[in-house]
Write a protein that binds this ligand. Structure first.
Ligand code: ZN
Length: 300
């Protein structure tokens, strides 16, 4: 008898493009509790662990899909991209790093800004992307956030910032640091005009971002388990020469010490946001009415 595994016909070749490969990332293994789930299930759960609720990092694409009704929004300053004011070179020249990162991530910089409706209410949202040079804050990040705040002011809509950042961008040095003042000044204007600002801190939110816009919200909220801090734990430990308490710089620790208003599960984020804004802002129709009245007042 012929062995069952013997190939009878010779020369059967499958062209490379027809070969079926196991798709990448078909399964997700939680880095915390090691539970394995299908990627479909993981996505359905908004990339939080089904067992321990570990919040996996996501980007602006996912946050926009979660928050904007039917994932419909208008993006602002989509093509804004950074220059190289300092002719900065580390392991490679900055323009080369920019080009490569843009190609790899499909992003133009570390923040995306958009407006649309959330729960039927107009809102302007800026969301950082950690995949773009560690979500670092450079001139483009600062400028896009500043313009998004201006848009919120112009349309009298609430502003939401979703931070996820390693801090200021080294390649733009001083120019990065100036963004802290610029965004803070714009937020002060937003506040003067009595428009709400909700700041969501996600894993990780550190450095100059924590020291500026991330902590300036009327509501500073965070995802569970996020690392939130200014300097890293190692630097602090070396500076003060003491061991740090357990859970130091976790969202829960920061909440307990009074720097956050509440922690929100990603699966409840949209509803919590809608409820929160519903309490402090009148309904959309009324808001539009107010804007029109105010314009009329100014022109008269
Ligand atoms: Zn888990």
């Amino acid at each position: 008898m012929m062995p069952w595994f013997k190939r009878v016909e010779k020369g059967i070749i499958t062209p490379t493009e027809e070969k079926k490969e196991t798709p990448d990332g078909l399964w997700y293994k939680c880095p915390d509790c090691k539970t394995v789930t299908s990627m479909t299930e993981h996505r359905k759960n908004l990339k939080t662990c089904v067992k321990c609720n570990y919040h996996d990092r996501i980007g602006s694409k996912e946050y926009f899909a979660i928050l904007f009704d039917d994932n419909k929004f208008t993006e602002m300053d989509e093509d804004m991209s950074s220059g190289d004011p300092l002719n900065f070179i580390d392991s490679k020249p900055y323009p080369q790093r920019t080009a490569e990162t843009q190609r790899k991530t499909g992003l133009k910089d570390a923040v995306r800004t958009a407006y649309g409706k959330s729960g039927g209410r107009d809102i302007t949202i800026a969301c950082m992307d950690f995949a773009y040079i560690g979500g670092s804050m450079g001139s483009v990040v600062g400028e896009k956030i500043a313009r998004a705040i201006d848009h919120a002011r112009k349309t009298r809509t609430p502003f939401m910032m979703i931070s996820k950042s390693g801090g200021a961008r080294m390649m733009e040095a001083g120019f990065s640091l100036m963004q802290m003042a610029k965004t803070s000044a714009k937020l002060a204007l937003l506040s003067e005009e009595k428009l709400p600002y909700v700041s969501l801190l996600t894993d990780p939110t550190t450095g100059g971002v924590t020291a500026s816009y991330a902590m300036l919200g009327d509501f500073n909220i965070a995802e569970p388990g996020s690392l939130i801090g200014f300097a890293g734990p190692r630097v602090i430990k070396e500076t003060i020469g003491k061991d740090l308490p357990k859970g130091f710089q976790s969202a829960e620790f920061v909440l307990e010490h009074g720097f956050l208003d509440f922690i929100v599960d990603r699966k409840e984020l949209k509803q919590r946001l809608v409820d929160l804004l519903g309490m402090i802002m009148p309904a959309t129709e009324e808001t539009n009415g107010t804007a029109k009245t105010q314009k009329a007042d100014k022109s008269s």
